[in-house]
Ligand binder design. Sequence first.
Ligand SMILES: [Zn+2]
Length: 246
Amino acid sequence: MIARVRTEHLRSLAAPAALLLSVLIIVLISFANSPGRHNKAGGSPAAAAPPAKAGTTPAPPAKPVYLTFDDGPEPKYTPQILAILRTFEAKATFFEVGRNVEKHPDLTKRIHADGHSVQNHTWTHADLRLLSWPKFEEQVSDTDRAIQAQTAVTPRCVRPPYGAVNKLVQTRATGLGKKLTLWDVDSRDWTRPGAAAITKRVLAGVKPGTVILFHDGGGDRTQTIAALPTILKTLRARGYSFVAVC
Ligand SMILES: [Zn+2]
């Protein structure tokens, strides 16, 4: 009985409420379309509200992956890697050995010009744990200067050769304003296990935000170059974006 009364009561209210709502919607629509509103903004609706994509600071990708290449620059292999990265519109980070930068400055310049990040991998590929402070400082700062001369950018990151870190290395790097950058997935391309093994290892290990270690210098990198297109194609199909670190 109570339920029926309430239903009828609601029904009697429904018609005027619907009418009121319709009037409200019409008023809102005519206000939104009024020419005066757009004129106030000083231009067309498009000019007043540009599409989000036109912004200068795009949102970070949902699934980033960080490709890193160590031990270059190397005149035979680095250009081939750059060509593959260009094909896939992929950005990467190159941790360069200072004395190689000194030998091949144009390559460093080219890597930077292609939009990649060039970072510090010490001057002679030294084990940073074994150095006195003056030698440590020299290894890092000389490499900084060589890279800076070609890119006009001072590296913010150091990748310790062999991944050799301890507390002292950490403290000294921080003292120089550097971030030590290791990796999550080692392609182990330097062991030359074959392109298929490199591809399999990398693809099995990648998650969003993974840093992958490859090499463009320090030895024969034919297998790395053979593996890269499949790796990039597969990761792209899985929705990953290739972003530089540092
Ligand atoms: Zn290295």
